[in-house]
Design a protein around this ligand. Structure first.
Ligand SMILES: *Cc1c(COP(=O)(O)O)cnc(C)c1O
Length: 387
C-alpha cells in the first residue's frame, strides 16, 4: 500500500482529505511524493507562519530537542520562561497558560472566565455568549461554543452554558446579555466561518456592554493572531485588548501548542491543581515559538504582511469571477461569482497550488514570509482557473 492507501485503511475518516502526500518542503513550496512541487497558499492552515523549515526556526528546535525535550509542568525550563516573558511584554498581558492546541487554549479561556465569575459572584453566572458562524475547536466544550448549527449534531449532550448571538447585531447581544452571563467570546475575523470580519461599531459595543457588567471578553485569535492580519493581534485593528486572548496556529511555526493569555483580572484565578496539561509548554515547541515571536513582532515584518495582502487583493479584484475579498493582511476570503470554491481548490492542486476554502469562499493563508515571486506564481494559477 502507498501512503494514501495506508491512511485510508488505518486512520479514521474524519477529514475530507485532498489526494496529496507531502514528502518534503522548503520555504513557500511543498513537494509531493513523486516529485511534483506546489506553491503553498495554505501554510498548514496558517500554522507554518515562517514557511516550511525556516533555518533559524529549525536550528532553535533542533538545538532544544538535543538539550531537553520535555519534563512536565512540575518543573521550570528556560524556553518557557523566555517565551512567556517575550509574549507578555509584546501583548501587555500579565500571564498565560500553555496547552497543545487552539481548542485547548479556548478550553482554558472558558474555564478561566467561569472561575473568575464563580469566585466573585458565586454560582449561576456561567453562561458564555458566542457568535453565530464562529469556530472555537473540536473538543466538546469548544464545539458547544462554536456557533455553527450543522456542527451541533451526533455528539449529544453538548456542554451547557453557551448562548449564540448574531454577529454585528448589537440589539441581539444586548437582549442576551443577562445576569447569567460571565463572558462574551468572539473572533475579530471569523476564519472557518468564512473569513467574516466583525464591524468596528459592533466590537466597540461588545466591550462597552461587557465593561458595564464585569463580563469578560474572550478573543479567539487562534487563527488571526501572530501577525496573520498584519498586526501582531487582530484586536489592534479595533484598538481593543480582550480580558482573555487565545492563540495557537501561527504562533509556533508549525509545532503544536496553544496559549491562553489573561489580564490582571484573571491573573490569580487558577490556583494549583485547577488546570493543567501534561505536554503544555513543551520546551521544543516554545523554542520554535521564540523564533516566530522575534520575527513576527518586527513592525517592518508586519508592514510587509499588509503590503502582500494588498498585492493579492489588487491582483485578484480585477477578475470578473471575483465578487468580493474579505479579511485582513494575509488572511483572505474570496467570494466567487459562478465557480465553486472547492472546485477552484481542486483545480489549483492539479496546477500545483495549495489553497483552502472557508464555507463558500476560497480562503488564502499564505506563509507570512512569502515572496513576490511565489505570490505571482500562485496568483497566476488562480487567475488561469478563474478566467
Ligand atoms: C483552528 C481554530 C481553532 C482550533 O484550533 P485547534 O488547534 O485545531 O484545536 C479554534 N479557534 C479558531 C478561531 C481556529 O481557527
Amino acid at each position: 500500500m502507498n501512503t494514501i492507501q495506508k491512511y485510508d485503511t488505518y486512520v479514521m475518516k474524519s477529514y475530507g482529505r485532498v489526494p496529496l502526500a507531502v514528502e518534503t518542503a522548503a520555504g513557500t513550496s511543498a513537494v509531493g511524493e513523486g516529485g511534483k512541487t506546489y506553491i503553498d497558499f495554505g501554510s498548514g492552515i496558517g500554522t507554518n507562519s515562517l514557511g516550511y523549515c525556516d533555518a533559524d526556526w529549525v536550528n532553535a528546535v533542533c538545538k532544544q530537542v538535543q538539550t531537553l525535550q520535555h519534563n512536565s509542568n512540575y518543573y521550570y525550563n528556560k524556553p518557557g520562561a523566555e517565551f512567556a516573558e517575550k509574549l507578555a511584554k509584546l501583548t501587555g498581558y500579565t500571564n498565560m497558560f500553555f496547552g497543545n492546541s487552539g481548542a485547548e487554549a479556548n478550553e482554558c479561556a472558558i474555564k478561566l472566565a467561569r472561575k473568575y465569575s464563580f469566585d466573585k459572584y458565586g454560582k449561576n453566572r456561567h453562561n458564555i455568549i458566542a457568535l453565530k458562524g464562529s469556530f472555537h475547536g473540536r473538543t466538546l466544550a469548544t464545539l458547544s461554543a462554536t456557533g455553527q448549527a450543522d456542527m451541533h449534531n451526533y455528539f449529544f449532550p453538548f456542554v451547557q452554558g453557551f448562548i449564540h448571538a448574531e454577529p454585528n447585531d448589537t440589539a441581539d447581544l444586548a437582549a442576551k446579555l443577562d445576569d447569567s452571563v460571565c463572558a462574551i467570546m468572539l473572533e475579530y475575523i471569523q476564519g472557518e466561518g468564512g473569513v467574516v470580519e466583525l464591524e468596528k461599531a459592533y466590537v466597540d459595543e461588545v466591550y462597552r456592554l461587557a465593561a458595564e457588567k464585569d463580563v469578560l471578553v474572550i478573543a479567539d485569535e487562534v487563527q488571526t493572531g501572530a501577525g496573520r492580519t498584519g498586526k501582531f493581534l487582530a484586536g489592534e485593528h479595533f484598538n481593543k485588548k480582550a480580558d482573555i486572548t487565545t492563540m495557537a496556529k501561527g504562533l509556533f511555526g508549525g509545532l503544536p501548542a496553544g496559549v491562553c493569555l489573561a489580564n490582571e483580572k484573571c491573573a490569580d484565578v487558577f490556583t494549583a491543581g485547577t488546570h493543567g496539561s501534561t505536554f503544555g509548554g513543551n520546551p521544543v515547541v516554545l523554542s520554535g515559538g521564540l523564533v516566530v515571536l522575534d520575527k513576527v513582532s518586527d513592525p517592518a515584518f508586519l508592514a510587509e504582511v499588509v503590503k502582500k495582502g494588498e498585492y493579492i487583493r489588487e491582483k485578484l479584484s480585477g477578475l470578473d469571477e471575483v465578487v468580493a475579498i474579505s479579511g485582513k493582511g494575509l488572511m483572505l476570503g474570496i467570494t466567487l461569482k459562478n465557480k465553486k470554491a472547492v472546485d477552484v481548490m481542486k483545480a489549483a492542486l492539479e496546477k500545483g497550488l495549495l489553497a483552502l476554502t472557508a464555507k463558500e469562499k476560497l480562503r488564502l493563508l499564505p506563509p507570512l514570509v512569502i515572496d513576490y515571486k511565489s505570490l505571482d506564481l500562485g496568483l497566476g494559477v488562480i487567475g488561469e482557473i478563474l478566467l
